[in-house]
Write a protein that binds this ligand. Structure first.
Ligand code: SF4
Length: 343
């Protein structure tokens, strides 16, 4: 089902300029944008992926990963097709870099109302768009979030942060959680990892999400040996989180596993992740996590005041909380995040 896209301008003749993400594709009549999710038909831009669900599950929010955001609750997770990045080690390459037009037949249609109903039927805390870049089906995500905000459901977005400022302005009023993938601090790393050459927007969107729109932000960095794993680069990211988002913003260091175009790169050594976590804490961040290692102590949330474990995570869906109304049950310190269960 074609649906007219929201963010685009007429260009010359029947060409259009997509304004959804910072690639700002100029698209001739009959052609698609870089991400293959947008088609110029007779001088108008359409989205191909409205309501086209490729993946759906009811799973813990910790899997995103989001740890200081309703820990231990289950969320309806949805994904579609397409991406505006090209990460060589992408774990969902089959969804993100498929032939979108051809592979639509492998998806199922859901209306925004059906998504809300499914989330409620399954006792979910909220709805999270993940698996592929949510900006790719922006119009649908926006409609779902608008409906969700008329209910008690919370909303979350797992993103590479490359949407245009206009897109963020439109979706931010309906967004509770923003899980931002920061792939590096330097352009060179982003180019090697994701084939992207302008990264300022990732940082300014992260900062706007937190400061301008008061969205709960958590930052995720997949530490890829030889790509972004050096301490200098990681220190830059930690310093940016501290300065722009605040010391109470969670930073997740995830373990890389070989996949796709990076199948010859070894998994991230555990001691490297532990050293980087210590570095992040030394830089002043209060919540630095290690993800993708089952049972690791770096999965737990520690009270920043008494240092006791206040949320213990063995696996992502084995979560034991010692929080009482957002406070440490041992010393009563206020823990940063969103905790009250609304459902
Ligand atoms: S959303 Fe797709 S078509 Fe639009 S600018 Fe980004 S890559 Fe290009």
């Amino acid at each position: 089902m074609l649906k007219e896209a929201l963010l685009w301008d007429e260009f010359t003749g029947k060409s259009v300029r997509c304004q959804l993400c910072m690639r700002k594709c100029m698209i001739d009549e009959g052609a698609m944008g870089w991400c293959q999710t947008r088609l110029n038909k007779a001088g108008k831009l359409y989205t191909l992926t409205y309501g086209r669900v490729s993946s759906l599950s009811v799973s813990s929010i910790e899997k995103k990963p989001m740890f200081n955001f309703f820990p231990g609750t289950v969320w309806l997770s949805l994904g579609s097709l397409g991406c505006n990045f090209q990460c060589h080690g992408c774990q969902s390459w089959e969804l993100s870099h498929c032939e979108v037009k051809n592979d639509l037949r492998k998806t199922s249609y859901m209306s925004p109302e059906m998504v809300i109903k499914k989330a409620k039927q399954n006792g979910c805390q909220g709805i999270v768009f993940t698996y592929n870049e949510p900006t790719m089906w922006f119009e649908f995500v926006l409609d779902v979030f608008k409906l969700a905000k008329k209910t008690e459901l919370s909303t979350c977005f797992v993103t590479n942060g490359y949407m245009s400022p206009k897109a963020l302005d439109m979706i931010a009023p309906y967004l509770d959680g923003f899980c931002l993938d920061v792939k590096g601090a330097f352009m060179e790393s982003y180019t090697r990892i994701a084939d992207v050459s302008d990264i300022n927007i990732v940082f300014s969107n992260g900062s706007d999400a937190k400061r301008k729109f008061a969205i709960h932000v958590e930052v995720v960095t997949n530490v890829i040996p030889g790509y972004n794993s050096n301490e200098k680069e990681m220190k830059e990211i930690a310093a940016w989180v501290f300065a722009e988002l605040g010391k109470d913003t969670p930073w997740h260091l995830t373990r890389f596993f070989p996949y796709g175009g990076l199948k010859d790169v070894p998994p991230t050594p555990v001691d490297l992740l532990e050293n980087l976590r210590n570095m992040g804490l030394r830089e002043g961040l209060l919540y630095v996590y290690i993800s993708n290692i089952s049972g690791h102590a770096g999965l737990n949330t520690y009270c920043q005041s008494c240092k006791k474990v206040i949320v213990k995570r063995k696996e992502y869906d084995e979560v034991e909380s010692k929080l009482i109304e957002g406070r440490c049950s041992y010393c009563k310190a206020l823990i940063f995040g969103r905790f009250a269960f609304k459902g």
